[in-house]
Write a protein that binds this ligand. Structure first.
Ligand SMILES: CCCCCCCCCCCCCCCC(=O)OC[C@@H](O)COP(=O)(O)O
Length: 230
């Protein structure tokens, strides 16, 4: 159980983090990276392709990826980038993990609540304008069959308004290891993450289509299907 000592360290360092690195909070993301590596390494191999496409950590960007499993966030945390996940509020209620998410500055979202959606997008634009990055799962929920679903436009509206880079990422294999609805089991398997070239633009529709097509191409190349054509 590595989370408790790491969380205590986060709490002790938090005042310094808020004084010295209020928006990106890189110390907390480094702690989360260590926690994620220690938590998943005993269970599955994970590899990254296209690491050279990752903007530097001091470049504000909007990261987007497909969503297959809770293991997606663990795997992405190992990248050590200080991007702020947009997360459904219920995950913030998990002891230690949720508290750490709060200290990291992750963004809560009540998915069915339009006021919360607006508040979430405002917070994301504020983060990006202050040099921090954000991470969206534009499908809004985990895929039940590994196939790519329709993308919501929120992430791309943030990028279009702030003219921040969009970094499309394709995740493969997490849904096989921990399928949606079967969080109690861990099947054997491995994970591959493909980081695509960043995209820039001021048209949210185009940013959405280009990002989804990049991710879809990779999923199709690796034998995953599509649930719908956006
Ligand atoms: C103390 C050690 C450090 C701990 C660091 C913890 C960091 C945890 C980061 C968690 C980020 C969670 C992002 C979740 C995004 C989200 O909310 O996606 C929705 C799906 O998932 C679940 O929805 P559904 O598939 O509809 O059930």
């Amino acid at each position: 159980m590595t989370a408790i000592p790491l969380f205590v360290m986060m709490v002790m360092m938090h005042p310094f983090v808020m004084i010295l690195d209020r928006h990106r909070r890189r110390f907390h993301h480094l702690t989360a990276k260590i926690w994620a590596i220690l938590t998943i390494s005993p269970f599955y191999r994970f590899e990254f392709e296209g690491i050279h496409n990752l903007p530097s950590d001091d470049t504000a960007a909007v990261y987007v990826s497909n969503h297959q499993s809770f293991l997606d966030t663990y795997t992405l945390l190992t990248l050590g980038r200080s991007f702020k996940f947009i997360s459904k509020t219920s995950i913030f209620l998990i002891p230690i993990i949720g508290w750490a998410m709060f200290l990291m500055g992750l963004v809560p979202l009540r998915r069915m609540d339009s006021k919360s959606q607006l508040e979430c997008l405002k917070r994301c634009m504020d983060f990006v304008r202050k040099g921090a990055s954000v991470f969206f799962f534009p499908e809004g929920t985990r895929s039940k069959d590994g196939k790519l679903g329709a993308f919501k436009k929120g992430a791309f509206a943030v990028a279009a308004k702030t003219e921040a880079l969009v970094v499309p990422i394709a995740l493969m294999g997490t849904g096989k290891i921990m399928p949606t609805g079967m969080e109690g089991i861990l099947n054997s398997g491995s994970v591959k993450v493909v980081i695509h070239k960043p995209i820039k633009g001021t048209d949210a529709e185009n940013l959405c289509t280009e990002s989804r097509n990049a991710i879809a191409d990779t999923l199709i190349r690796h034998g995953y299907g599509m649930n719908c054509c956006q």
